[in-house]
Design a binder for this molecule. Structure first.
Ligand SMILES: C[S@@+](CC[C@H](N)C(=O)[O-])C[C@H]1O[C@@H](n2cnc3c(N)ncnc32)[C@H](O)[C@@H]1O
Length: 252
């Protein structure tokens, strides 16, 4: 009999990304950071296997500190940087995003794709702000409602899975309350959910269903992952991942 975690980690290992995202979206968000210094100090929180970390290294001349709780992701990321000759631009730190071991005003840019929900959008924005230099930027992606009155199945799924999911407008207001000037908000295109995330997961689910055909608990885990994917397939117009890009005021 398997328990939840082995099957979960079988799905969530060796994926290109651990959440929706793609190079074009990272690039578009990065292009809004007009006042970044030439070689910015960048913090990537909840970096996972780090596709966006590599993309940031390509887009900037900066040095990136990548933080995650799951050491195997950090090892994978280090190898990816080293194999591309970028090892000197990366530091990896295994730490809790809610208790980051950095001095105030250490970074020009805080980046976090698909991870701030873990500590909560407001708490993340508030707690991380002091790590930014005055005038520094933050860019985070957060799943958000894009239309009012979503159909019942999708509403119910996300009410159970992520009850604090809010609308894009509510999150913009939260960013302002957390004392950031809003630079822009960008909705990730649907392709950013599929190419590097849901499609590889779906391929894995199909293989694992055969491996676990006699294991009802494992099949249940697979079924729940499949349900999330099917809901997005049917209801993607109602919710999406949004890049929230903000700037810490330069006078405080
Ligand atoms: C949904 S994944 C996103 C990963 C990556 N940014 C991406 O888009 O591919 C969330 C990441 O946060 C990490 N994580 C979870 N809890 C954490 C915590 N308390 N502190 C730091 N990282 C955490 C997970 O290990 C995972 O890599």
């Amino acid at each position: 009999m398997s328990d939840f975690y082995p099957v979960f980690w079988q799905i969530h290992s060796n994926l290109p990304r651990e959440g929706p995202g793609n190079f074009a979206s990272t690039q578009q968000a990065f292009s809004h950071l007009s006042a970044l210094p030439d070689s910015p100090q960048i913090l990537d929180v909840g970096c996972g296997p780090g596709q966006q970390t590599l993309d940031l290294a390509t887009l900037s001349n900066g040095t990136i500190t990548a933080v995650d709780f799951h050491q195997p992701y950090l090892e994978e990321l280090k190898q990816r940087f080293e194999s591309q000759g970028l090892g000197n631009r990366l530091e990896v730190i295994c730490a809790d995003m809610a208790d980051l071991p950095f001095a105030e005003q250490s970074f020009d840019l805080i980046w976090s794709e698909g991870a701030i929900y873990i500590m909560g959008f407001d708490r993340g924005l508030n707690q991380w702000r002091s790590l930014l230099k005055p005038g520094g930027y933050i860019a985070v992606t957060e799943i958000s409602w894009l239309q009012p009155n979503p159909p019942e199945p999708v509403k119910q799924f996300w009410q159970e899975g992520y009850p604090s999911m809010r609308t894009l407008e509510e999150n913009r207001a939260a960013m302002e309350r957390a004392d950031y000037a809003i630079v822009d908000t960008l909705v990730l295109p649907e392709i950013a959910w599929w190419t590097d995330y849901y499609t590889p997961i779906e391929n894995k689910i199909n293989r694992l269903k055969i491996q676990y055909q006699n294991d009802p608990e494992a099949l249940q885990v697979l079924e729940s992952e499949q349900q999330e994917i099917d809901l997005y397939r049917h209801y993607s117009q109602y919710y999406g991942y949004v890049f929230y890009i903000g700037q810490r005021p330069s006078h405080r």
